[in-house]
Ligand binder design. Structure first.
Ligand code: CA
Ligand code: CA
Ligand code: CA
Ligand code: CA
Length: 461
C-alpha cells in the first residue's frame, strides 16, 4: 500500500477554524445579509504545514511513473491548474482526548484539489457554518465567476449562497425556514437546467418540495405532506416531451431500526401548473436514493431507485433492490424492473458515468456494508445488469460516491468517501482495472460523516 500513500493528505489533526471575519470591503457593508467567512490558510491555525505531503517522495515518483506507463492511462497530461475541485460536505464530531463527541459541531464543507505535481499530496481547504450542524448537499453554479456554491443545511434549515473572494467567502441566506415539525432540514436539491438560475429543493420533515429562484430568492412551494421526509430530488425528462420534471423520494420519517418505513417516488411537473403524481410506491419499503438520467444511452431518461431493506437483525436476509423505472406508453404509466440486488440493508449512493472510456455509461452503487459495485447494462437494459465488486473494503452509513472527470482526460474517475475507513478515495481506470488512490485520511474515522460529494470549477489555493 506504500504507493497509495503517495497520494494521501492527512486530514489536519486540528480542524481549520475559519471564524466570521469583519467585512473589509465597501460593497460588503452595503449588503445587509452578507458576512465574510475566512476559509483558508489566512487563519492563524491553518498553517501550510498541515497540508504538506506525508509520504516518501521516491515512492510517489515511482508510483506516478508506473501510472503514466499503464495501459489505458489518458491522464498523462496532468495539469493541476485545470483539475476541477472536489467538494465534500460533512457532519463533524469533535474529538477531545481521543473521545469522539456524539454531538456534531459546526457544519463542514471541504474543497480538495491535487498539488502542483501528480505525486504531490492533495490540498484541502475547509469552510464551516456554525448555524447548522450538517451540510447535506452542495450545488455549484458551474458558470459563475468567482466560484459560487449553494449549501443545504440542517437544523437550522438554511439554503445559503457562498461567493469566493480570495481567501474569504461572502455568504447570504437565500431561504431559511422552520417547517414546524420535529426536524427542519434542507436535504437535497437539483438544478432545473444548466443556466443555474433555479433549483428544486427537498426538505424534512413536513415533506416540503420547493422551487427556488436564486436571483430573486423567490420560493415557490410545489408540494408538502406532514410527517414526511424528502431525501432526494432529481430532475429529468422521463416522458420525452422535452420538458423536465422533478422526481422526489417521499417517505415516512427515519426509523432507528430498519423496520417498516413506507415510501414512494413522486413526479412533480412544475413548468406551468404544478401537478404531483405517484411514479412508484414501494409499499413497506422505501428509497432514499434515486438517479434520473440516460444511463443506457438510448436518448431517453430513466430513473433508478435504491430500495432499502426492511430487515435489521438478520444481515443475510437484508436486500437492496436497484429498481429501474421507465415511462410507459400511456401518460402516467410506468414500467419497473429490478436490475440489481445487493445483500445489504441500504445503499445511499448511485452515480453514473463512463469509467472506462468506451463511450457507454456505467452505474456505481455504494452500499452501506457490502462495498462499492460497478453495474453494467446488458443488451436489454431492463434485464439484470452485470455486477462487479470495485472495493469490498469500503463502507459507510451514507458512503458518498461520485463519478466525475475532474482531471479532464475524458474518463470519469470514481470518488468515494469511505467513512468507516476514514478515507476519501479516488479510483482511476488503469490497465483495464480500477485502481484505488487515497486522497485524504483522518485519524478518527467516525469523527465525520460525509453526506455529499460534488464538483466545482478549478480553484487555486
Ligand atoms: Ca417531460
Ligand atoms: Ca435511457
Ligand atoms: Ca463505460
Ligand atoms: Ca478523468
Amino acid at each position: 500500500m506504500d504507493r497509495l500513500n503517495a497520494y494521501v493528505s492527512r486530514m489536519p489533526s486540528r480542524p481549520f477554524a475559519p471564524g466570521l471575519a469583519r467585512p473589509r470591503h465597501a460593497w460588503v457593508r452595503q449588503a445587509t445579509l452578507t458576512v465574510l467567512v475566512c476559509f483558508s490558510g489566512a487563519c492563524s491555525k491553518c498553517g501550510p504545514g498541515q497540508m504538506a505531503a506525508v509520504s516518501d517522495p521516491s515512492n510517489a515518483e515511482k508510483s506516478a511513473k508506473k501510472e503514466r506507463q499503464s495501459k489505458g492511462d489518458r491522464g498523462s497530461s496532468f495539469d493541476a491548474k485545470r483539475f476541477k475541485t472536489l467538494v465534500a460536505t460533512y457532519s463533524e464530531f469533535p474529538v477531545n482526548d481521543g473521545q469522539i463527541s456524539t454531538t456534531p459541531g459546526p457544519a463542514l464543507v471541504e474543497f480538495l484539489r491535487p498539488g502542483a505535481q501528480r505525486s504531490d499530496a492533495w490540498r484541502i481547504r475547509a469552510l464551516r457554518d456554525a448555524e447548522s450542524n450538517v451540510i447535506h448537499h452542495v450545488l455549484l453554479d458551474q458558470k459563475a465567476e468567482p466560484i459560487t456554491l449553494f449549501t443545504l443545511g440542517g437544523s437550522a434549515a438554511a439554503l445559503k449562497r457562498w461567493i469566493r473572494h480570495g481567501e474569504q467567502f461572502e455568504v447570504s441566506t437565500l431561504w431559511k425556514e422552520d417547517f414546524g415539525g420535529r426536524f427542519s432540514r434542507m436535504r437535497d436539491a437539483a438544478w432545473v437546467d444548466d443556466t443555474f438560475q433555479s433549483m428544486v429543493i427537498g426538505t424534512h420533515d413536513q415533506g416540503v418540495v420547493a422551487l427556488l429562484d436564486v436571483n430573486t430568492q423567490h420560493v415557490k412551494r410545489l408540494y408538502e405532506e406532514p410527517n414526511t421526509f424528502i431525501h432526494e430530488v432529481e430532475i429529468g425528462d422521463l416522458d420525452g416531451d422535452g420538458k423536465v420534471e422533478a422526481y422526489v423520494t417521499a417517505s415516512e420519517p427515519n426509523k432507528l431500526k430498519h423496520e417498516v418505513q413506507r415510501g414512494k417516488v413522486l413526479r412533480i411537473d412544475f413548468d406551468g401548473e404544478v401537478k404531483v403524481s405517484v411514479v412508484v410506491d414501494f409499499g413497506d419499503r422505501h428509497a432514499k436514493e434515486i438517479l434520473v438520467g440516460d444511463v443506457d444511452g438510448d436518448g431517453r431518461d430513466e430513473l433508478y431507485a435504491s430500495v432499502e431493506s426492511t430487515h435489521a437483525s438478520d444481515a443475510t436476509a437484508a436486500r437492496v433492490d436497484i429498481v429501474r423505472v421507465d415511462a410507459g406508453a400511456e401518460p402516467g404509466a410506468y414500467e419497473t424492473a429490478t436490475v440489481a440486488r445487493l445483500v445489504d440493508r441500504q445503499c445511499r449512493f448511485l452515480t453514473a458515468g463512463d469509467i472506462d472510456g468506451d463511450g457507454k455509461k456505467e452505474l456505481v452503487a455504494a452500499a452501506f456494508r457490502a462495498g462499492v459495485w460497478l453495474l453494467r447494462p446488458g443488451k436489454n437494459p431492463r434485464d439484470k445488469w452485470s455486477m462487479e465488486i470495485i472495493d469490498d473494503q469500503s463502507s459507510g452509513f451514507e458512503h458518498a460516491a461520485l463519478l466525475a472527470d475532474l482531471d479532464g482526460d475524458g474518463l470519469d474517475e470514481l470518488y468515494v468517501a469511505a467513512d468507516d475507513q476514514g478515507e476519501l478515495r479516488r479510483y482511476v481506470y488503469l490497465g483495464g482495472k480500477l485502481r484505488r488512490r487515497v486522497i485524504a485520511t483522518r485519524e478518527h474515522p467516525r469523527s465525520r460523516l460525509t453526506w455529499n460529494l460534488a464538483v466545482a470549477p478549478p480553484m487555486s489555493f
